[in-house]
Design a protein around this ligand. Structure first.
Ligand code: GLN
Length: 305
């Protein structure tokens, strides 16, 4: 298996040259576009890795499925559905919908920024720092890694330059989609995006979703199976933003990308996969990461379709 992973990385490495690291968050521009790593954990507990799998990067949008999970754990499916939609956006992750008609809860998919900002307002906690602390705690538990923490430099960089996210949050607030102070909500969102992980951590989180909420090889349950089905379905529809249809055809598993270069993929009942390769395509998805997943899916018959 590790031989297969090495081979896949070698085949896909040239694609890193066709992409570029994100620069709109200044701190992310310091990433090395040549980094490329993969980590897999399968349902029998075996683990495989190749390349720069131990390198750290910020989780960015890969936090969105965990935000959704915590919102579900805190409120249940019905309450979450009154505040957020599940339809595909077909739009980039930071799109601003300007028609008043579309500024209603059912038009905000939780896998794009506007929806994820809304998710922060659904978490339980007396303060936004408590809400964030609960999110971090859940990530540490799912990834089985108590050392996961925030990359403060990336967090500051996002907070200082996140004007578009600020605009989105004000638009949501202006239309009555939440009541709390915008800066408090954004503090939680920016911190969530700035959590430092490695491919292994993403593979573990993916495995919890692949295993329908159970910790692999144990009886321990992180969350109900119903929430895994909810999150995986939303990932399938919108996890790769406006590249989700293409990804469904080429790879065929629920997955989430982030502009930090991470991809978490979920092969239901079979494996969790974490990839890091920060050279992105024009949609903000890891270009070599998608190539690697396509090859892995073909060779291991991972597509759910
Ligand atoms: N923190 C990033 C942002 O809000 C997350 C976007 C992403 O990873 N696609 O712009």
């Amino acid at each position: 298996m590790e031989e297969l992973l090495d081979q896949i990385l070698n085949e896909c490495r040239p694609y890193t040259k066709q992409g570029a690291v994100a620069t709109y968050i200044p701190e992310l521009s310091k990433q090395n576009p040549d980094d490329f790593g993969i980590y897999i954990i399968s349902s029998d507990g075996s683990r495989f890795s190749a390349g720069d799998h131990a390198k750290h990067f910020t989780i960015q949008s890969v936090v969105k499925p965990v935000l959704l999970l915590l919102a579900l754990m805190d409120n249940g499916v019905e309450a979450v559905r009154t505040r957020i939609g599940v339809e595909a956006t077909g739009k980039p992750f930071d799109a601003i919908n300007v028609s008043d008609k579309s500024l209603v809860p059912e038009h905000f998919n939780p896998m794009v920024n506007a929806g994820a900002i809304l998710l922060c307002t659904m978490l339980k906690g007396d303060s936004y720092s408590e809400r964030f602390a609960r999110l971090l705690e859940l990530i540490r538990r799912l990834a089985d890694n108590p050392e996961i923490d925030v990359d403060e430099a990336v967090f500051r960089s996002e907070r200082e330059t996140g004007f578009k996210n600020r605009a989105l949050a004000y638009l949501l607030k202006a239309h009555g989609l939440f009541k709390d102070a915008v800066e408090d909500v954004l503090e939680c969102y920016f911190r969530a995006c700035s959590i430092r992980v490695c491919s292994r951590d993403l593979a573990y989180i993916g495995m919890a979703l692949a295993n329908h909420g159970r910790k692999f090889k144990t009886e321990e349950r992180f969350f109900p199976a119903e929430y895994a089905r909810f999150v995986n379905a939303v990932l399938m529809i919108c996890g790769m933003y406006d590249g989700s249809g293409e990804f469904a055809v080429r790879v065929g598993v629920p997955a989430k990308s982030g502009v930090g270069g991470g991809i978490m993929a979920v092969a239901p009942t079979r494996m969790g996969i974490g990839i890091y390769s920060p050279a992105l395509d024009e949609k903000g998805n890891s270009i070599a990461g998608i190539q690697a997943l396509e090859r892995l899916s073909r060779r291991m018959y991972l597509s759910i379709f």
